[in-house]
Design a protein around this ligand. Structure first.
Ligand code: HEM
Ligand code: HEM
Length: 222
């Protein structure tokens, strides 16, 4: 019999797809030389990444860092014997999540201090000397390659699970549910679903609004 278990709460799923959209938007717009629009996608990415970090502490079961960030021992064990008996991210997937969040955090933070020496100055660039702004602009340019690399790796890993391991990770990121009968022999033993009721979703909305408002007044409007 099919048994559906909620693994990704709605806020985490919305975060994921919006994150993918705004990062793609930031890459497209900078390549079209639309720097103002690029910065707007960048602000959205910054708000989302801060939201995801907070959600990693207060969100439900499988969104919490405490429940998926592996110890070194767990990581080594998974590399030797890649079986994952829990519902959420596996130890390697967890590393990729942390990596993606970190590189985007560096990208958006450095973006706020950029100065392209033509027409655009990041909203916080006047708080630092022109040498530091130019160093951070260089960091912004360099770090964008790490985003390309990690996103590429992320997509390859998802494709590998889909095609080679015959595990559909994409559908749960869309619907929220894992279908346990379609799992391979690595059936999760810890069947603790993520809470995803309207109280949880309301909390996420409040957190997002607080972060976005704070960001608008403290960073953009400053
Ligand atoms: C710029 C593009 C993307 C970025 C930056 C990105 C980033 C992320 C992040 C940060 C997570 C962790 C989610 C969380 O715990 O909050 C994640 C998970 C995931 N992403 Fe993406 N993603 C991107 C594109 C995509 C695309 C296009 C797909 C599908 C084809 C995809 C499929 C998934 C899946 C299935 C998971 C869950 C993996 C698991 O079950 O452990 N992502 N992604
Ligand atoms: C996730 C968010 C972001 C991504 C993925 C991103 C990505 C990029 C990329 C790929 C470039 C081109 C680098 C190169 O020329 O090699 C770039 C340049 C630039 N970005 Fe971002 N960026 C983000 C956020 C921001 C933010 C928040 C701002 C400012 C508020 C910003 C301002 C700029 C500026 C001004 C440049 C041009 C720098 C120059 O030509 O000297 N970016 N960004």
């Amino acid at each position: 019999m099919l048994k559906k278990i909620r693994v990704w709460d709605l806020p985490t799923r919305l975060f994921h797809w919006l994150f993918a959209i705004v990062i793609t938007g930031a890459f497209i717009t900078i390549n079209l030389d639309e720097t103002e629009l690029h910065a707007k996608f960048g602000y959205a990415a910054c708000i989302l990444v801060i939201f995801r970090i907070v959600w990693g502490f207060v969100g439900p079961e499988h969104a919490r860092f405490a429940n998926f960030v592996p110890t070194l021992g767990q990581l080594k064990a998974f590399i030797k014997h890649p079986v994952h008996d829990k519902l959420g991210h596996n130890p390697l997937g967890a590393l990729s999540v942390l990596g993606l969040l970190l590189v985007v955090l560096v990208q958006t933070s450095s973006g706020l201090f950029t100065d392209d020496e033509i027409s655009f100055q990041g909203p916080l660039s006047h708080f630092v000397s022109s040498e530091i702004a130019s160093w951070l602009t260089g960091l912004h340019e360099f770090n964008s390659n790490l985003i390309y690399a990690l996103v590429g790796l992320h997509l390859l890993a998802i494709f590998y699970y889909q095609k080679v391991k015959k595990q559909d990770l994409i559908r749960p990121m869309l619907t929220g549910d894992k279908d346990l009968s379609s799992e391979d022999t690595n059936t999760p033993t810890a069947l603790n679903p993520s809470k995803d009721h309207w109280g949880v979703r309301g909390l996420a909305l409040v957190i997002l609004v607080v972060i976005a408002t704070g960001f608008y007044f403290l960073v953009i409007k400053k």
